[in-house]
Write a protein that binds this ligand. Structure first.
Ligand code: PLP
Ligand code: COI
Length: 355
């Protein structure tokens, strides 16, 4: 799929590039930023045309509503460079749709596909030298929007900023992850904002996650807020479990982020005739399967995490180790997904998008 830029985006270029200061062979996740960012302002009920500016600090009123009432949403995407230096995105219109779903839940204005996708394409073309090519690295893309309008009245702001920033990045996790099944704290509740990619969902999980980190875990696996019995998702990824040869993941709901990697994994599994069940998966079932040896695999799926194998999970002071598999589903899905993303294979699903 390819579209053309209809409106010219005003560009103010950086005076001196910072690219020479970056060690592209040793990139952490999301900690260095490219030369430019896309900025778009919403005021008087409409979005101004996007501009590309040098990446840098922005100035805000202390009363800007983002600081007080947390109106903020974001997306996570990646751009990939192939051997011919062509640039690719993965299902970007799905990110745009989800961004507007989040915007609507947080009483924020939606943004057009043209500004979101064409703005991103223009930014990526300008900063294309920043897209890393070392194995396992990609350009992490962070589109976000927040309430810049001022006032202490607890009501939606009248002004917003939409920004896209680019961070050449390495892996999100350095190896296999160890997770803790959480029983006291909740990430989200029925009727809440769990399905929206809003900042507060992440801030709210920092404290319980820090407690888990102190005990030696990398992430928390959230369970339902009522009985803490159904496995929902992890802090930055959706969760899959393999019992016997069946792949199982929980259904999405208003408590869970509808992950693009998750739905890609389900489609790949169905295409490969792997039995897949999208249904409630209980902690009791997973612990029983771990004890009787039928729990073969658990992994997380997300843009930053790609497919992250889980080495062990903790539940009520006991750790359950997952076996090392030769025929791992997770490794297979990771290969199919990354081969499509980096343009190394056919894309029979139509997910790859040329910049
Ligand atoms: N769940 C949460 C809470 C996330 O932050 C993410 C990451 O975006 C995911 C799941 C996976 O979603 P996606 O595959 O669309 O990146
Ligand atoms: C992503 O996978 O893109 C996310 O948004 C997760 C984030 C918390 C790093």
């Amino acid at each position: 799929m390819e579209t053309t830029t209809k409106n010219l985006i005003a560009v103010e270029k950086i005076k001196q590039t910072k690219i020479d200061q970056v060690d592209f062979d040793n990139l952490a996740f999301g900690s260095v930023f490219s030369d430019h960012m896309l900025v778009c302002d919403y005021k008087n009920g409409a979005w101004d045309a996007p501009k590309i500016l040098p990446y840098g600090p922005i100035s805000l009123e202390p009363s800007a509503k983002i600081f007080h009432y947390g109106q903020s949403i974001f997306e996570g995407m990646k751009a990939y460079k192939d051997e011919n230096n062509d640039i690719w995105l993965f299902r970007p219109t799905d990110n745009h749709k989800r961004f507007n779903i989040s915007a609507s839940r947080m009483s924020m204005p939606e943004i057009s596909e043209e500004y979101f996708i064409e703005g991103l394409k223009a930014l990526l073309k300008l900063d294309q030298k920043w897209i890393p090519t070392a194995a396992g690295s990609a350009m992490y893309i962070r589109p976000f929007m927040f309430a810049s309008g001022k006032g202490f009245h607890a009501s939606p702001a009248d002004e917003y900023k939409f920004i896209i920033a680019l961070a050449p990045s390495g892996a999100y996790f350095s190896g296999k992850v160890k997770v803790l099944i959480e029983e006291s704290y909740s990430r989200s509740a029925n009727g809440g904002v769990g399905y929206a990619k809003t900042g507060g969902n992440y801030a709210g999980q920092f404290y319980p996650t820090q407690l888990a980190v102190k005990k030696g875990y990398d992430q928390v696996i959230w369970t339902d807020d009522h009985a803490h019995e159904n496995i929902e998702e992890a802090g930055a990824m959706n969760i899959f479990v393999r019992i016997g040869d069946t792949l199982i993941t929980g259904p999405t709901s208003d408590r869970i982020l509808d992950g693009i990697t998750r739905k890609s994994v389900i489609a790949i599994a169905e295409d490969a005739d792997i039995p897949v069940e999208v249904r409630k998966i209980t902690v009791t079932e997973v612990v029983a399967a771990a004890k009787n040896g039928t729990l073969k695999e658990m992994f997380g799926a997300g843009t930053a995490a790609i497919i992250s194998p889980i080495a062990a999970f903790g539940y009520r002071d006991t750790d359950y180790e997952l076996p090392e598999l030769e025929d791992s589903y997770g490794a297979r899905f990771k290969k199919v997904i990354t081969d499509i993303q980096y343009n190394r294979s056919e894309d029979k699903f139509g997910w790859r998008f040329k910049v």
